[in-house]
Design a protein around this ligand. Structure first.
Ligand SMILES: [Zn+2]
Length: 268
C-alpha cells in the first residue's frame, strides 16, 4: 500500500538543461508534496548519455530511450543502430520503455515518410526487446493505431498528452495502452478532452506534466514542473465520480502496470 498521496509523473523531461540550476530544489519540493517518481523519456541521441547519468544519480527516475518525431531532421540511421545496441545491452536497469516516439503531423508533410520509417523501426525494436512505448501524437492517433496493429505490438505503454475522441481513446485502450492525462484538462476550454477523460475506465489513465512544456492554466508562458501534477489531479478528481483516494491509488497502479514497475520493492 502506498502513502496517501504518492504520485508518479509518468512523462517529464527533467533532463532538459532548463532545469539544471533548479533541479535539486525542485526534486526536494516534489518530495515534500509526495511526488515520488518520474518517468523521463529521451528525445534524441545526444541527450541519452546525459539522461542516463542524471538517472544514475536519482534513483527515483525511470528512463525511456527513443527518437522523438519532433526532431526528425536531426535523426540518422546510425542513431537507430545505437538505440538497438542500448536496448540490447542496457548498462542501466531503469530503462523501462522506448520513447518518446510517434508521429507529429503538424510538421511539414515532407517529413512524414521519414517520421513513419523511424516510428516503425523503433516500434519493431520495442517489440524485439519486449518493452512498452511512450507515444507522441499530433493529428496522428489513427495512423499510430494502424502501425501498432500491423506490427502485432503487444507490450502497450502510454499515449502521452491524450487529446482525442472517445473512439480513438477506446482503440488505444484495446491495443493495451494507457492514456496520459496532463495540463490540457486544467483549461476550461478543453471541454471535449475533459468529457472523454470523464467517460474512460479509470484503469486506463495515468498522470503526467510533460515538463517543461504544457504549462497548466494560469501559468501560461512559464516553465512547467512536475509540481503541476497536483493541479491536474485536482481537476481530474472534479470531473471523475470516484473518490480522490481511489483515483490516486488507480493512477499509481496504472503507471506501474503500463511500465511493469514494481515500486513496492524499488521505492527509495
Ligand atoms: Zn514529451
Amino acid at each position: 500500500m502506498i502513502s496517501e498521496s504518492t504520485l508518479i509523473d509518468s512523462h517529464c523531461h527533467l533532463d532538459f538543461e532548463c532545469f539544471d540550476l533548479t533541479l535539486e530544489n525542485l526534486l526536494y519540493r516534489c518530495r515534500q508534496k509526495n511526488i515520488s517518481h518520474f518517468i523521463v523519456p529521451a528525445v534524441k541521441t545526444d541527450s541519452w548519455s546525459r539522461l542516463l547519468l542524471l538517472a544514475e544519480r536519482h534513483k527515483n527516475w525511470f528512463v525511456a530511450l527513443g527518437l522523438h518525431p519532433y526532431f526528425i531532421h536531426q535523426h540518422e540511421e546510425k542513431h537507430l543502430i545505437h538505440l538497438n545496441q542500448q536496448l540490447a545491452q542496457p548498462r542501466f536497469s531503469r530503462i523501462i520503455a522506448v520513447g518518446e516516439i510517434g508521429l507529429d503531423f503538424s510538421l511539414t508533410e515532407a517529413s512524414w515518410p521519414k517520421q513513419i520509417a523511424y516510428f516503425q523501426q523503433q516500434l519493431q525494436m520495442a517489440k524485439d526487446h519486449k518493452l512498452p512505448i511512450i507515444l507522441h501524437h499530433r493529428q496522428s492517433i489513427d495512423v499510430l493505431c494502424k502501425y501498432i496493429k500491423a506490427t502485432n505490438f503487444e507490450y502497450g505503454g502510454v499515449l502521452h498528452a491524450f487529446s482525442g475522441s472517445l473512439q480513438q481513446a477506446q482503440r488505444m485502450i484495446d491495443l493495451g495502452f494507457k492514456l496520459g492525462v496532463g495540463g490540457t484538462i486544467t483549461y476550461p476550454r478543453a471541454q471535449k478532452t475533459r468529457k472523454v477523460i470523464q467517460q474512460l475506465p479509470l484503469e486506463s489513465l495515468v498522470l503526467e506534466t510533460d515538463s517543461p512544456d504544457m504549462p497548466i492554466n494560469g501559468q501560461q508562458g512559464q516553465q512547467n514542473t512536475p509540481l503541476s501534477l497536483l493541479a491536474i489531479l485536482t481537476v481530474l478528481t472534479e470531473i471523475r465520480c470516484e473518490s480522490p483516494q481511489v483515483i490516486k491509488q488507480a493512477l499509481w497502479d496504472n503507471t506501474q502496470a503500463a511500465f511493469k514497475l514494481n515500486l513496492s520493492c524499488n521505492q527509495s
